[in-house]
Design a binder for this molecule. Structure first.
Ligand code: SF4
Ligand code: SF4
Length: 282
């Protein structure tokens, strides 16, 4: 017998888990939830773009690298029944740490898609060769290396060279071209007058959480929501907090719209009875 559950709440998921534990003779396939997991592995970067939302730069003395083993310990608390839709590794610049990346990726759970974001900047042939070797290693089904694609990255990318590599490695692709209006006002970009137009993402049907480089976990973009926990906790506790807060948000707003994002910090402080985390700006 196959039981497929496409959408559920932590409460129902808990009940189903109990049923599964008891069912020795019934084969049950349960899809509890879809999850997008973002993982920021560093704030170190080989560039210092004016639109960087995380204050990344080569000179960033406060740059922090994620404690990979602790992050893996947290990731292991994600129940097997969770359908991991996507794992997205970003920074700073993840390709500054190939050894770490390979170690991390080899230990990640199965996901429909694993993607790594890079700025596509390689200062010389030696660095480009190292990148190519990594692409070769990573070139497997459902793995993608995505290259940032906007007017600020164009300035330092050798697009001809990158397009040559793209022809060889099908898993190396350009990211969708981004408009500066989609950049979230945080980090260095918060001083920019452009108005943020990115749609609200907390109402999407896919659960999403981000592990940040200091081990904090948030469920929206770091600059708009705030940390709801850390990698020392259990995945299910984090998801519960996420659901409870979103319920509170819906009760306050009725319908969540683009405009809600402006008030989200205020609700966040009200709900968690804590001051807002200002890692990425005010
Ligand atoms: S925007 Fe990307 S490439 Fe530019 S400084 Fe930030 S992390 Fe580095
Ligand atoms: S309303 Fe809050 S949680 Fe939802 S997308 Fe906006 S900032 Fe994020």
């Amino acid at each position: 017998m196959f039981l497929i559950v496409k959408k559920t709440t932590p409460k129902i998921a808990g009940e189903l888990r109990k049923i599964i534990a008891k069912s020795r003779f019934i084969k049950i396939s349960v899809r509890f939830m879809k999850l997008n997991l973002g993982i920021m592995i560093t704030t170190k970067c080989n560039r210092a773009c004016p639109h960087c939302m995380f204050f990344c730069s080569p000179k960033n003395k406060k740059a922090v690298n994620l404690n990979i083993d602790k992050a893996l310990k947290f990731i292991k608390t994600i129940p097997r029944m969770v359908d991991i839709n996507e794992i997205c590794i970003y920074g700073g610049e993840p390709t500054l740490y190939y050894k770490l990346l390979k170690y991390f990726i080899s230990r990640l759970p199965r996901a429909r898609r694993i993607q790594i974001l890079t700025n596509g900047y390689f200062k010389d042939k030696k660095q480009l060769n190292k990148f190519e070797l990594f692409c070769k290693w990573f070139n497997k089904k459902n793995n993608f290396v995505k290259i940032s694609n906007d007017k600020y990255h164009d300035i330092f990318q050798d697009r001809k060279q990158l397009n040559e590599l793209i022809k060889i490695y099908p898993n190396l692709v350009w990211k969708r071209r981004e408009d500066p209006k989609e950049f979230i006002k945080m980090g260095r970009w918060q001083k920019h007058p452009i108005i943020f137009t990115k749609p609200v993402n907390c109402i999407l049907r896919i659960e999403s959480i981000n592990i940040e480089q200091d081990g904090k976990i948030d469920f929206c973009c770091g600059g708009y929501s705030s940390a709801i926990g850390t990698i020392k906790e259990d995945f299910q506790d984090i998801i519960k907090k996420r659901h409870k807060f979103l319920k509170f948000l819906r009760e306050k707003e009725g319908k969540i719209t683009h405009d809600t994002c402006k008030r989200c910090r205020q609700y966040f402080s009200e709900y968690f009875k804590t001051s807002f985390d200002t890692r990425w700006g005010k």
